[in-house]
Design a protein around this ligand. Structure first.
Ligand SMILES: Cc1cc2nc3c(=O)[nH]c(=O)nc-3n(C[C@H](O)[C@H](O)[C@H](O)COP(=O)(O)O)c2cc1C
Length: 182
């Protein structure tokens, strides 16, 4: 299983880091320019700090990266956190940075894609873009806490959101809500 994980300039970089650590298989990371900036602002981490958790890190302006081409196989593409700007680029087919180009590739090659979208409130433009992509089979997963799981800390809330992401991608994860009743 090969996963490409992108960080954009939306809030919630810590969730992306947790997902990167827990997603099984071979992983590659792509950063937009503001993805790097927000990662540092919110977690104090740089892309180099994430390198031990993946097989490679690529910059958003690197169109020589293997995943810029559909001939490089990958199983799934996860953008976490995903800004509404990146959502718009993808919906409009503007592969003007590597994050959006990999999405273009995922769409044309019919590969699984999940966008952990983070913005609030959402404009009609963002909602229309999300709907357009959802209709094309893209999973739109708003980055929001699962209060029903009663997280006690921010770390727990992050952990539980990542549990849900893994379940959504059909990857091994925690048993889920009211598993005692299964
Ligand atoms: C600290 C910080 C937090 C941000 N949070 C969000 C957010 O939650 N959602 C969003 O869509 N944009 C957010 N932005 C704005 C994006 O970074 C900006 O629109 C950027 O152009 C997105 O480009 P990218 O998608 O290529 O990374 C934030 C910016 C900063 C500096």
């Amino acid at each position: 299983m090969r996963t490409v994980i992108a960080f954009t300039g939306a809030s919630g970089a810590a969730v992306g880091v947790e997902f990167l650590k827990r997603c099984p298989g071979e992983k590659f990371v792509v950063f937009s320019r503001w993805g790097k900036a927000v990662l540092f602002q919110e977690t104090g981490l740089t892309p180099d700090d994430l390198a031990p958790h993946c097989a490679g890190v690529f910059s958003g302006d690197d169109f020589n990266a293997p995943f810029a081409s559909g001939s490089t196989p990958f199983d799934q593409y996860v953008i976490i956190p995903c800004s509404v700007t990146t959502l718009s680029r993808i919906a409009m087919g503007l592969g003007e940075n590597l994050v959006a180009r990999v999405a273009e590739v995922a769409l044309k090659e019919n590969r699984r894609m999940l966008l952990a979208l983070r913005e609030s409130p959402l404009s009609a433009v963002a909602l229309e873009n999300a709907l357009k992509l959802a209709r094309l089979g893209v999973t739109i997963m708003p980055l929001s806490p699962a209060f029903y799981l009663k997280p006690g800390t921010i770390e727990e809330s992050v952990e539980k959101f990542v549990d849900h992401m893994l379940a959504t991608l059909a990857l091994p994860t925690a048993p889920g809500w009211r598993a005692d009743r299964l």
